[in-house]
Design a binder for this molecule. Structure first.
Ligand code: ADP
Ligand code: MG
Length: 246
């Protein structure tokens, strides 16, 4: 029976078969109940494997989830906006999300949390920092240039993290434009940045290109500005409080 399962590619059922048979025996299950249990075992295993594969492929920097985000710490951020995004409607409408704010306010956490939610719903996600992306655009063939643009076009959700720390060359800026154009009105992208839009032009080194890119990017976009304290610094005693003590 085990060999039949393997020939039919029922790999999960093959490993669980003794248990499934034992349960059927103990509970005196009907043929139909036994078969349902057997098929369900295979399906559950397949879904779990697909989920694990999607998670590895997404290359998230850390396993942040939205449930672990403390909204009380960040009162400038509307919890409702994030809940609305977590409904994943923005994936259907290919709406971009711009998470803007200073370091440590939770931009990467929220982006990864949304990616996790999307993957829980069976969608594909991919995370990259702008710096890594720029390096990949510059890489030699067959992985660099157009191939890099093509690699980042298909995922349902793409996260481009840390826009603002990397000055792009003309070639890199052009490739980023191509990527934004390829995903425009097809698939959603989340950008995180510590800059305002007006500063993005300087990053691309070309105002005409930057305008054309922002035009597409902002056409269908949700802008989430976070103006709060850094979560990384939350344990630090404010300097004036310290001096008051000493
Ligand atoms: P940013 O990308 O804005 O610089 P991060 O998302 O990397 O900030 O957040 C820094 C660290 O603090 C991460 O480990 C993140 O999980 C955590 N963090 C930030 N904000 C919150 C929050 N409101 N609740 C819980 N953890 C948070
Ligand atoms: Mg970050």
């Amino acid at each position: 029976m085990n060999s039949l399962c393997r020939q039919l590619n029922l790999t999960h059922l093959a490993t669980q078969l003794p248990d499934v048979l034992e349960t059927a025996r103990l509970e005196q299950r009907s043929y139909a109940a036994f078969l349902t249990h057997a098929l369900q075992t295979e399906l559950t295993g397949r879904l779990a494997r697909a989920q694990a594969r999607r998670l590895r492929a997404a290359r998230l920097p850390f396993a942040a989830r939205l449930e672990h985000f403390d909204f009380r710490f960040q009162p400038s951020l509307s919890e409702r906006t994030i809940r609305e995004l977590a409904s994943l409607h923005f994936l259907t409408t290919a709406t971009n999300v711009l998470l803007l704010g200073p370091p440590g306010v939770g931009k990467t956490h929220l982006a990864c949390g949304l990616a996790q939610t999307a993957m829980d719903a069976g969608q594909t996600a991919l995370f990259v920092t702008l710096r890594e992306l720029a390096q990949q655009f510059d890489a030699p063939a067959p992985r660099g240039g157009r191939a890099a643009v093509r690699r980042y076009s298909p995922p349902t959700l793409l996260i481009i993290d840390e826009v603002g720390y990397t000055q792009l060359s003309h070639l890199q800026a052009q490739a980023l434009f191509d990527l934004v154009a390829a995903r425009y009105e097809r698939r959603a992208t989340i950008f995180t940045s510590n800059l305002t839009f007006s500063e993005w032009g300087g990053l691309l080194g070309d105002d005409v290109l930057a305008t054309a890119m922002l035009d597409r990017l902002l056409h269908h976009a949700e802008i989430v500005a976070i103006n709060g304290r850094s979560y990384r610094m939350r344990q630090r005693v404010p300097t004036d409080a310290k001096s008051a003590v000493s």
